[in-house]
Design a protein around this ligand. Structure first.
Ligand code: AMO
Length: 452
């Protein structure tokens, strides 16, 4: 008999079926046994009733055993199920648990026995959760996080492909300094010194010379020494870059369109997953609010008592949180662009602002309290780029490979880099970016805790 996926059981009322999955919960009551079975598509209740030989087999099963179950699909008539279905009708959101039907079990077989550390739905602290990931990832609520994450990537690709961008794969082993910034992991490379890419920045710019519009999805490495709820040592960077722009505003417009698309599609297609996290209405308007850094700092001091921000070269995490609070309450948006960060705070490739002395035509995008994107226009003039490197104490000779792209004629261009895990975290309202990371690398952990 062919396997039926659990979510398809309501179409099989009255039929005999075979399902495969995990025994999610197991309960025995006199001559009856009750199970919830779970596969990737859903959960369903199963009962053994009046069949002593089946009950004998069922009694061997414990929670999380992998099982093959045969049985008849019956309509469920209990009050609990009816009430839950009413609620679903009202909200228009179906959850993972199929309540229309149950399985009257006629045969049950263990495919693999399980020995579990704790009940799958038990709330455990982050360390216990991470120490037991191969197990805790099975919790449908956890699995939902990574379904949403996969959907973000799918929609990122879809939008950009439709806008004439070409996907490329960016190298992860780079010369000893990827972007001229800090936080590079050193790698021993056949007797030479190499590094792990902190972003695909230089390669995506080079690729503009070849393909004009490009994007890439890949791992980026940051040797962050501190452990916070926003930082990872390995994250997934969603990057795009486009040529022939008039200004950084073209970059913001494209990114606004992209994020609106991603959020709209996720709110449409991932209702069940969002409902698990109580996410109701993410505000992604046609035009995200935009403020320059000095404007944002003034606003912070005006709107929030006791805040000091004016004159600082950057925003504090608390400032980002307050600006997002303001944007949601007053500007009807969960997103806000902050533009014009000072030259001293931005990487060497950032285009200098022509109308704000000492500032750059760059921006950060804040979403629900956290920076999820950095971007802007880039310097495309060869001589100016070399000067900008020198001003940051970098040696242009070390970047000769990259500089060829500019020597041989590069159009005005710009783009963005966005952290996939931060975006996932904020869409779902998770309190720590590690919960939106499948296998987080942090200072004291690579899968398991390190000794020192
Ligand atoms: P930046 O360094 O600001 O810019 O990074 C861009 C985005 O990547 C994510 N991110 C991180 N996420 C988790 N843990 C980290 N340690 C971490 N570091 C960065 C954030 C951040 O907004 N090349 C430029 C982008 C560009 O201008 O195109 C860059 O990498 O979401």
């Amino acid at each position: 008999m062919k396997r039926t996926m659990i979510k398809n059981l309501p179409e099989k009322k009255g039929e005999e079926v075979m399902i495969k999955g995990w025994a999610d919960t197991v309960r025995f009551q006199g001559k009856m046994a009750f199970f919830d079975f779970r596969d990737v598509s859903g959960k369903v209740q199963g009962v053994v009733f009046g069949k002593p030989e089946v009950l004998e087999e069922a009694k061997k099963i414990s929670a999380e055993d992998v099982v093959e179950v045969r049985g008849i699909v019956n309509e469920r008539n209990d009050r609990g199920a009816k009430e839950a279905m009413e609620k679903e009708k009202e909200s228009g959101v179906k959850d993972f648990f199929i309540k229309e039907v149950e399985i009257e079990i006629t045969a049950i077989k263990i495919l693999a026995e399980a020995e579990i550390p704790f009940a799958l739905d038990e709330e455990v602290n982050l360390d216990i959760y991470l120490n037991n990931l191969p197990y805790t990832l099975r919790n449908p609520k956890t699995a939902a996080i990574f379904k949403v994450q996969a959907k973000i990537v799918q929609k990122f690709r879809e939008y950009l492909n439709n806008k004439g961008f070409t996907e490329f794969m960016s190298p992860k082993i780079v010369g000893d300094d990827a972007e001229g910034g800090a936080g590079v992991y050193e790698v021993e490379y056949f007797g030479n010194k190499a590094g792990l890419a902190t972003s695909p920045q230089l390669y995506k710019q080079i690729m503009v010379g070849a393909l004009e519009r490009v994007f890439t999805v890949g791992t980026a490495f940051r040797a962050e020494k501190h452990s916070t709820s926003r930082h990872l040592n390995e994250y997934t960077s969603l990057d795009w870059e486009m040529g022939f722009i008039d200004s950084y505003k073209d970059v913001m417009r494209m990114h606004n369109g992209l994020l609106k698309f991603i959020i709209d599609e996720i709110q449409e297609e991932m209702k069940t997953e969002l409902a698990e996290f109580g996410v109701e209405n993410i505000l992604a308007p046609e035009e995200f609010p935009v403020m320059s850094l000095p404007e944002a700092q003034e606003l912070l001091e005006k709107e929030f008592e006791g805040v000091k921000a004016v004159g600082e070269p950057d925003l504090e995490p608390e400032h980002e949180r307050l600006l997002c609070q303001y944007a949601r309450e007053k500007l009807n948006s969960d997103f806000i662009f902050i533009t014009h960060y000072p030259v001293s705070k931005r990487p060497f490739y950032t285009y200098k602002s022509e109308d704000m002395e000492g500032m750059t035509d760059s921006f950060d995008l804040l979403f629900k309290g956290v920076e999820i994107t950095s971007g802007g226009q880039r310097i495309h003039d060869y001589e100016e780029l070399k000067k900008s490197m020198e001003a940051k104490g970098l040696d242009p000779e070390k970047f000769e490979f990259y500089l060829q792209a500019f020597k041989t004629g590069m159009p005005p261009h710009g783009g963005i880099g966005m952290g996939l895990e931060r975006l996932t975290q904020k869409i779902l309202g998770l309190d720590n970016v590690k919960k939106a990371t499948l296998f987080p690398r942090e200072i004291n952990r690579i899968d398991t805790l390190l000794n020192k």
